[in-house]
Design a protein around this ligand. Structure first.
Ligand code: OSB
Ligand code: MG
Length: 382
């Protein structure tokens, strides 16, 4: 394959209004934030990545400002001028920087896209070549619904989403909005495929409370305990019947191996943004296949840039459960990329045909979103 030499890396911190915000146990984002990463090679090939961060450090410790800081002063200088023979080894260059996985995933994702475009190949096929498989050309998807004021409001949104064709519904919960809520939803929709996401809102002391979900035929409960609590998820797994899916806890392939050793995990939500990009995602994917661990690809409410890369990854055959990657109209109107992702009747999104992420970035919309960030910057640095 043709190597790329990185001439320039531009950063675009952005803000975009949501079509439907997502309220979780840790709060609600006022707008979608990200730092977009734009790479230009010596040959004039361009590629894009997305550091999927939020204005506030609620999901992870990163924010738009920290990602911008780390990218600008540490990651961009390390990669500018470098020749990349194999995008999988980008992380070796970045090894001297600790943590900051969302920032890392943004710049690494841009290199994957640029490399695939320079070699005139779809990112989905490039990823597939690392796991000895072929892309299925589609991602099976569901939809994530935030905490609403009432059960009726929630049911109205679920019915709308099911009507659009989403076959798997994820509902956010928090203490005080959990067991009675889930019972009411299950009573109204006995056959719907439903899962819950607690975003780390509980502790092991809540195990009796969480066991009340056991009779509700839930697909899984995502991340009930704290991010650093892999061990206690293993203890919880003996105390509840609902399958445990980990999100926040699994930041590396090593975390996943530990979770498997202590029986803390039945299902993995793999977010490329959380694990620092696609090289680590490839390693994690291989562990899931080896252990026959059910796997799906999660989302961080990405723009079309991050979402297109996630769709490419989610089209790998070892991704066995519906992903948190919804159609464009669930998030933004308009998005910064074209064409939009549209939900197919079989609850899938198609992998676009073009090289790299396969969607076109619209420069005027990036510019508009960058100005919006400047205007709405809630937490200026310095
Ligand atoms: O916990 O999965 C989560 C979005 C932001 C932060 C955390 C989470 C989420 C989602 C969004 O659930 C899923 C999507 O991108 O559609
Ligand atoms: Mg989650």
């Amino acid at each position: 394959m043709r190597p790329i030499t990185i001439k320039e890396i531009a950063l675009h911190p952005i803000a975009m209004p949501f079509v439907e915000p997502l309220k979780t146990s840790f709060g609600m984002e006022p707008f979608k934030g990200a730092v977009l990463v734009e790479i230009t090679t010596e040959d004039g090939v361009k590629g894009w990545g997305e550091a999927a961060v939020a204005p506030a450090p609620g999901y992870s410790g990163e924010t738009i400002a920290t990602a911008y800081h780390i990218l600008k002063h540490f990651m961009v200088p390390l990669l500018t001028g470098k020749t990349i023979e194999d995008p999988y080894h980008t992380r070796d260059i970045l090894k001297v920087i600790r943590d900051h996985h969302h920032a890392r995933a943004g710049i690494e994702g841009a290199i994957w896209d640029t490399f695939a475009r320079a070699n005139d190949m779809r990112l989905a096929d490039l990823f597939a070549s690392y796991v000895d498989a072929e892309s299925t050309n589609r991602a099976v998807v569901g939809v994530s619904i935030g905490i609403q004021p009432t059960v009726e409001d929630t049911l109205a949104i679920i019915r709308k989403r099911m009507g659009q064709g989403y076959k798997r519904i994820k509902l956010k919960i928090k203490p005080g909005w959990d067991v009675d809520f889930a019972k009411a939803i299950r009573a109204a929709l006995p056959d719907a495929t439903i899962m819950l996401d607690a975003n780390s809102a509980y502790t092991l002391a809540d195990s009796d409370h969480l066991a009340q979900f056991d009779d509700l035929n839930l697909l899984m409960i995502e991340q009930p305990l704290q991010p650093f609590d892999i061990y206690e998820h293993g203890m919880l797994n003996h105390l509840i019947d609902t399958p445990i899916c980990l999100d926040e806890s699994i930041k590396t392939a090593l975390d996943l191996r530990i979770a498997l050793q202590v029986n803390a995990i039945d299902i993995l939500n793999l977010k490329p943004a959380r694990v620092g990009g696609y090289s680590e995602s490839i390693d994690i994917y291989k562990i899931c296949v080896e252990h026959e661990l059910p796997l799906w690809i999660g989302g961080m409410l990405e723009t079309g840039i991050g979402r297109a890369a996630n769709v490419a990854f989610a089209s790998l055959p070892g991704v066995t459960l519906p992903c948190d990657i919804s159609a464009t109209d669930r998030y933004f109107d308009p998005d910064i990329t074209e064409p939009p992702f549209v939900l197919q009747p079989d609850s899938t999104l198609a992998v676009p045909d073009g090289p790299g992420i396969g969607v076109e970035v619209i420069p005027e919309r990036v510019q508009e979103a960058a100005v919006r960030w400047q205007e709405r910057n809630l937490y200026p640095v310095g």
